[in-house]
Structure formats: C-alpha cells, structure tokens
Design a protein around this ligand. Structure first.
Ligand code: BES
Ligand code: MN
Ligand code: ZN
Length: 492
C-alpha cells in the first residue's frame, strides 16, 4: 500500500473517507472542492451521521463520476484524541476500505489532531499496514484484498514531519508483520533451524550481524538447562545471537534482549491437553519480537548497542526427553530441580541470560516470553504483565507503551514469594506451585540477572488474538516489536 500526502485532487476518487470530529460538518473540510461537497453532503444528511468517536458508516454512491464509495468515520471531540485512539480509527477505516474492496483511498480529516505531525504520519501508516496484514499463505483460494494507495488530505505547513512519520510507521508495521509471519507459521515450518535461517535473512536485509551456534557449541558453553529442554526433539537446538553495535565507543551500555524461542511446546512428559497444545507453535513469539526489534534498530541506525539472544528449541517427548525430577546444572552453576517439564521456557531463558551477561557482556536485560498461562488469567489478552527491578527503566518502558499502544502493567515481585521456588535438593525448582504463576516465573528468572537492570515481559496472553479487532487479525499480534523498538529509541 502506497501511503502519502495528497497533492492534487484527482477527477475521480475510488473511496473517500471523511474523518469528522464532533464539531465539524462536511462543509468545513476546506480542502474538499465544492463539486464534491455538494454531492456528498446530501448523503451525509440522509444518513443522519453523528460523528461520535468510533462511529462508522460506509456506502456506495450513485455519483460514480466523482466518488464510488464513501466512508464516514466519527472522531468525537478532537481535543480528546490520543495517538492510540487515532490508530484505532485508522485501523477501522482500513478494515472498512478492505471490505469495500477499495483500491485508492482518500482520507479527509475535518480537524487537526492534538498530536505532532510526525506521530500523526506514524500512526496512520502503522495502523493501515498492520490492519492490512492477514496470514493467508496457506489458503489456496482466498487472497486478501490489498489497498493500492492511501492519500491523506491535510493542510500542513511543512510536509517533512508527516512524511518522516509515514516512513517510520511503515517500518514499525513492516517489522511487526515480519514477526507475525514467524509466529503464525506452524511448527513443521518454523523449527530452530528455520527460525535461525529466518533471522539470518532478516539480518542480511536489515543490516545487523548474526551468529547461529549449533549443538556442540551450546554443549561447550554448558547451557545444560537449555539443552535439557531440547533433548526430546529430533530438531537440533540453535542458539541465535544477533548484534547491533550502534555506539561502539560506549562502555557498559549494551542492552541484552532475550526472546523465548520454543518453536513448539508440547509440555514434554508433563504433556499438555490437546486444546492447550494447539497454539504452542506460537511459543516463539518472544523470539519473533526481538528479531523484529533488531530489524527496526538496524534500520533506524539507533545509537545503542544491542545483543539479542534466542535459545531456540522444541519441547517434545521421546526416549531422550528430560524427566520430572531431573537435576540440571545451568550455565551459571546454579542447580534446578525439574518439577514440571512444561515449565520449560524459564530453563531456556536463564541460560540465554547468563550467556548474554558473561559472553556478550550485556549490562541490561530485557526478556520477553510466552511464559505462563497465569499471565492470561491475570491480565487477559490486552495487557502484558511486566516484572522489573529497575523503576527508572520501567518509566521509559511506560513512555514507549504510551506511544505504541501496547499496554503493560507491573506485577509485584515480592521477596516473600521466593520461598515458592526453593527446592530441597537444588538451588531452585522450576515451578512455584498453583498461585501467582507469572510472578514466581519472573522471580525464577531474576535469580539469574544478578544486580543488572532487568525487565521481564510475559506475553502469553497478548501474543495471539482469536478474534480480529483494531489493527489485529486472527493469530499473531507481533506484540513487543514496536514496544521494544520504541524503548530502544528512548534509550538511544
Ligand atoms: N508456553 C507455556 C505458557 C503459555 C500458556 C503460553 C498459554 C501461551 C498460552 C509455558 O511453557 C507453560 O507451559 N507454562 C506453564 C507453567 C507451569 C507448568 C508452571 C503454565 O503456565 O501452565
Ligand atoms: Mn510449557
Ligand atoms: Zn512454553
């Protein structure tokens, strides 16, 4: 989809969108020529359209000479609009345009929104391109409708900032959609080796460096917890390390991004029931998020040093698989008693974190993982729980979340819960019992970050949608890609 500022009004508009705030009428849209206005006004009157926020109406016209389709979209009180509220409107408009099989869309807002031009361009492009995304690769009949172009009619002093925003928003959407593709692919297509291949391809395209370490290397690194999880699978684990060194002179300033990369999670011998297992091809959404963020960071040439680590593997059953009761020695030397083979994500993450700290010398750690069903129970599918040991860094994440609209909420990492992950025979056990599962999983991970600033995002609830809404289609949301990208920008 081509997205730009409207320069010259064409003779014929395929689809005209009027974005009306509570105060304005069609007549107020000064950059809409009179001959259009007259024909349109009659329609709007007839529809008795009240431009409340989120109200939409679309119809085909009879004056096809000028306009084939009209979409009316209410924005409510313009002063109350935020970037995310606009994103939602642009998403709804895009959906409606797709439904009308629109080829060229002309968007006429009746007001100037209370956000900067760059952000305006950003949310427009991002929302349009993210809404257009649908995973239809394996449907031999149905192909999704693609809108050819979207033109924004806006009187701005300088087109520079809007255009910059459009480019930015396009990038955010593109790398998010890349992550969504990886997550939506089934486990017979994306397994550790092909996930690594996809990361390599992205590295080449977007310009960051990458190493993929095979089994023997992982063994030499003594990442025994990680290896234990992958043992039951025929698919060999791959340790994926991606680097963007945007500020080589900076000392002690490397950010480590750790993404959970379970390309499939059957639960292991603590086998999941079929319904819960179905979505476990998506258990690598954390790794997709860090791959997407690396693509963005490299494109934006962010002046920060970032090392992303994905300990990719599959949690399966076989004669080789790990057992409950196994005692594992992690790369850090800390020992773990396996209470449940389905609490595998944290086992891979802590070895990846220790690797990032000791071998890649990262100074800060952000991990992102589809880690606990309890996260879904606690906050549902709209809000990502966060656990952190660093208030200042969290403030930056909150600012990023405000910008991208990916909601987060902090959970308390209360010391007393540490009792729940103590084992009689090892330093830690890998589950904390039936209560506060998201917190105990986070506390387990915290044992491996030392005194480094740390942010933990549990995206088990937010990585997937089972209904389309806003910018999201059914399937992967790409949650975290934009959030982490924005956070990195706040830190650069
Ligand atoms: N990958 C799952 C978590 C998950 C659940 C992600 C639902 C997305 C949707 C994780 O590996 C897991 O199985 N967690 C267990 C932990 C438990 C055994 C302590 C869980 O949440 O049930
Ligand atoms: Mn599991
Ligand atoms: Zn898992």
């Amino acid at each position: 989809m081509k997205i730009d500022l409207l320069r010259k009004l064409p003779e014929h508009m395929d689809t005209l969108v009027l974005l009306l705030d509570s105060k304005s009428k069609v007549d107020d849209i000064d950059h809409l020529p009179t001959h259009f206005k007259e024909s349109i006004e009659a329609y709007v009157k007839k529809e008795e359209f009240k431009p409340e926020y989120g109200k939409m109406k679309s119809f085909q016209t009879v004056f096809k000479k000028h306009v084939s389709n009209i979409i009316l979209c209410g924005a409510g009180v313009a002063a109350n609009l935020t970037a995310d509220k606009l994103r939602r409107l642009f998403a709804d408009i895009t959906r409606s345009a797709i439904r009308l099989k629109a080829s060229n869309v002309y968007l006429f807002p009746s007001f100037a929104p209370p956000i900067g031009d760059t952000q305006y361009g950003h949310v427009l492009a991002e929302a349009a391109l993210m809404t257009e995304y649908k995973f239809t690769k394996y449907l031999s009949q149905e192909k999704p409708h693609a809108i050819g172009s979207l033109h924004l009619a806006l009187n701005v002093k300088s087109t520079r900032y809007i255009n910059r925003g459009i480019i930015e928003g396009r990038l955010y959407a593109e790398v998010t959609n890349l992550a969504r593709n990886l997550v939506n692919e089934p486990a017979n297509v994306i397994y550790p080796e092909t996930l690594a291949e996809a990361a390599k391809k992205a590295a080449l395209k977007y310009g960051f460096s990458i190493d993929v370490y095979p089994m023997d290397r992982i063994r030499r690194l003594k990442m025994e917890a990680y290896l234990a999880v992958g043992k039951g699978s025929k698919a060999e684990p791959k340790l994926i390390v991606m680097r963007h060194m945007g500020n080589p002179d900076a000392k002690n300033k490397t950010i480590g991004l750790i993404g959970k990369g379970l390309t499939y999670d059957s639960g292991g011998y603590c086998l999941k029931p079929p319904q819960s297992m179905l979505n476990m091809k998506n258990d690598m959404a954390g790794s997709a998020a860090v791959i997407g963020a690396m693509c963005a960071a490299a494109t934006l040439k962010l002046k920060v040093n970032i090392v992303a680590v994905v300990a990719a593997c599959e949690n399966m059953i076989s004669g080789e698989a790990y057992h409950t009761g196994d005692l594992l020695r992690t790369m850090s030397g800390k020992t773990i008693e396996v209470i449940n083979t389905d609490a595998e994500g944290r086992l891979t993450l802590v070895d990846a974190i220790h690797y990032a700290i000791t071998k890649e010398k990262v100074d800060k750690i952000l991990d992102i993982a589809t880690l606990t069903g309890a996260a879904v129970g606690a906050l549902g599918t709209e809000i990502t729980p966060v656990v952190t040991n660093d208030d200042a860094w969290l403030a930056k994440l909150e600012a990023a979340s405000e910008f991208t609209g990916e909601a987060i909420w902090r959970l308390p990492a209360h010391e007393s819960y540490n009792e729940l992950i103590k084992s009689q025979i090892a330093d830690l056990k890998n589950t904390g019992g039936p209560f506060a599962g998201t917190i105990t999983a986070a506390l387990f991970i915290r044992e491996f970050v030392g005194n480094k600033p740390w942010i933990h995002l549990d995206i088990a609830g937010t990585a997937l949608r089972d209904k389309e809404s806003g910018m999201y289609s059914v399937g992967a949301t790409g949650v975290g890609v934009r959030l982490i990208t924005q956070l990195l920008r706040e830190m650069a």
